[in-house]
Design a protein around this ligand. Structure first.
Ligand SMILES: Cc1cc2nc3c(=O)[nH]c(=O)nc-3n(C[C@H](O)[C@H](O)[C@H](O)COP(=O)(O)OP(=O)(O)OC[C@H]3O[C@@H](n4cnc5c(N)ncnc54)[C@H](O)[C@@H]3O)c2cc1C
Length: 161
């Protein structure tokens, strides 16, 4: 498996609510790094959760998870099954349980969830999963043949960026 070293491009300012991705060294690189935290990268981040010894980091330039902001037209639904690995703590059903909405959802018998709800669900996952770093813009990804690993440069963004 290829590994990854994450390097801040300049000294990043600390944000209380936005932890900085820990920089790594070639001696102790990440096993897996993701550019962007959309629905796609949220999946491997959730699957990696709890895997013993696996070091992961996912960086997103936005301040929080947002799925297609501005395009969540009211009433539109998602035609994606919400049933997934029932042993995972990050399922849609567990999200409903956490929000105390499991039984209202079941009795409503509307099993195509609203797009806005999917956005909120993914954001809930992103707020609970470790190893996700927001306000982190990835500048460069390059293969280093000598070290046989990927090097990733990032910049931590301020609230105004
Ligand atoms: C209007 C619309 C409706 C859709 N509806 C559906 C649907 O109902 N069902 C379905 O299956 N698919 C749908 N799609 C397809 C859509 O592509 C996927 O739903 C999904 O968003 C893809 O996930 P992703 O994580 O690959 O990409 P994205 O959702 O685009 O996420 C990529 C993330 O990476 C971040 N990023 C990009 N570059 C950098 C960088 N250099 N540094 C840090 N962060 C970065 C972005 O800010 C973004 O948050 C729809 C697409 C659109 C446009």
């Amino acid at each position: 498996m290829s590994t990854t070293v994450l390097t801040p491009q300049h000294e990043a300012r600390q944000h209380e609510a936005q932890p900085q991705a820990p920089a790594t060294t070639p001696e102790q690189p990440y096993d897996l790094a993701g550019v962007g935290i959309g629905p796609f990268n949220l999946s491997p981040a959730a699957l990696a959760y709890g895997v013993p010894g696996l070091r992961t980091a996912f960086c997103e330039e936005r301040p929080a998870f947002r799925w297609h902001p501005g395009l969540l037209i009211e009433g539109t639904t998602l035609q994606v099954p919400f049933l997934a690995d029932p042993t995972s703590p990050w399922t849609f059903l567990n999200y409903l349980h956490d929000q105390d909405r499991l039984f209202p959802f079941y009795f409503a018998e509307r099993f195509h969830i609203r797009r806005a709800e999917y956005d909120a669900y993914c954001r809930w996952v992103s707020e609970h999963l470790p190893g996700l770093y927001f306000r982190h813009h990835i500048d460069t990804v390059r293969w280093n043949p000598d070290r046989e690993l990927f090097e990733v440069d990032y910049a931590q963004l301020d609230a105004d960026d």
